[in-house]
Write a protein that binds this ligand. Structure first.
Ligand code: PMP
Length: 359
């Protein structure tokens, strides 16, 4: 037996991994194929047409050479979408990558990242991966961020999500501005779902704040989760640090071309889908109320519904061919299920399964 094989056999190899990684499990929500998958808040209305065309055209011609180092054309297209300059934009392989790169760029191992609770489940994991302490600060009773408590944490990094995943609620402008005034470190404001909120958010303002990064994605409103394109906007010096941390060649050539096409030609399609989501979100909330449920009022493309036993409900719905995302014992809420808003036929399908399961 060679030395290498022996190490693996005895299980010692785990000792070779970074200490911070030992407690981390692979991200594994149940994503087995399901007839109606409304579990991951992606755009359920199809493919933006110009992006599809550009992707098909680019698919083969971009295969053999490296893409642009830092996706310059994409940065320009995003800059005009965000109404900022290209030096104030950094892209990445999904906003997951942008978040991870930003965390790595600004926090040393042993420092603290603070975030509201509940919020985006991946962020504590990115914190852990980067050997940070994670401080969770409960949302207020009205689901706003607790700016005082977040600032008082003294954390080097503060993560906010607005509209927040999984609650669908906004961080109030007043609380965000208060936090920006008081936070000793960098504030990362994740606006992955901002397009569904009918509010402007902080995207175009981000470069005017000294320590704010606004993170967004093409995975949600733009319907391009498979492309893996995320980005952050902020003051150029901060953005440059994130770019160092993310490294070159993170966006493939075909993804870059499709994303540029979506941003420049598919905006009418995207806006129509956002309007569909907003309409169906209200209809879905009403239908859920009729079932005796109390969905939390959402400004996103999903609704969070408190329930008695989320895992049991998710299992029963799966039997009916419907995948939703269960959450156990969320801070201040208890068990809940998150339902993505899609075309109305899909919602009816899900509602029929819910009716059957709850009966
Ligand atoms: N931020 C939030 C709040 C999300 O919900 C998600 C998707 N689950 C992401 C970031 C990551 O999205 P992506 O990597 O596809 O851009």
């Amino acid at each position: 037996v060679s030395f290498k094989a022996r190490v693996v056999e005895t299980g010692d190899s785990i000792q070779l991994a970074r200490r911070a990684y030992r407690e981390i499990a692979l991200y594994s929500p149940d994503r087995s194929p399901c007839r109606v998958d409304i579990s991951d808040n992606t755009n359920l209305f199809g493919i933006p047409p110009a992006a599809e065309r550009a992707y098909r055209e680019a698919a083969v011609s971009t295969l053999t050479r490296y893409p642009q180092l830092y996706a310059q054309q994409l940065k320009s297209a995003l800059a005009s979408y965000a109404q900022v300059s290209a030096a104030e934009v950094v892209t990445g392989c999904g906003s997951d990558d942008v978040l991870d790169s930003a965390i790595r760029a600004f926090a040393e191992p042993g420092e603290t990242i603070a975030l509201p609770d509940p919020s985006f489940a991946m962020v504590p994991i990115f914190g852990q991966m980067n050997a940070l302490n994670v401080a969770k600060v409960p949302l207020t009773q009205s689901f706003d961020i607790d700016a005082d408590a977040l600032a008082a944490s003294g954390a080097k990094l503060i993560y906010l999500c607005s509209p927040n995943n999984p609650t669908g609620t906004l961080a109030s402008r007043r609380a965000v501005e208060k936090l920006l005034d008081r936070s000793p470190g960098i504030v990362i404001l994740d606006e992955a779902y901002a397009e569904f909120s009918s509010q402007e958010g902080f995207l175009k303002l981000a470069p005017r704040f000294e320590r704010l990064l606004v993170v967004r994605t093409l995975s949600k409103a733009f319907g391009l989760a498979g492309l893996r394109i995320g980005y952050a906007v902020g003051p150029a010096p901060l953005v440059a640090e994130v770019e160092k941390s993310r490294g070159p060649y993170k966006v493939s050539g075909s993804a870059e071309r499709a994303a540029v096409a979506a941003l420049t030609e598919d905006r009418p399609w995207v806006n129509a889908r956002i309007a569909d989501v907003i309409q169906n979100r209200a209809r879905l909330a009403e239908a859920l109320q009729k079932l005796g449920l109390s969905p939390i009022p959402s400004l996103s493309n999903f609704v969070l519904v408190p329930v008695k036993d989320a895992m049991a409900l998710a299992r029963a719905l799966r039997q009916e061919g419907v995948a939703i995302r269960p959450f156990q014992q969320l801070q201040g809420i208890g068990d809940a299920v998150r339902i993505s808003v899609g075309p109305w036929e899909m919602m009816e399908d899900a509602l029929a399964a819910l009716r059957k399961v709850l009966a």
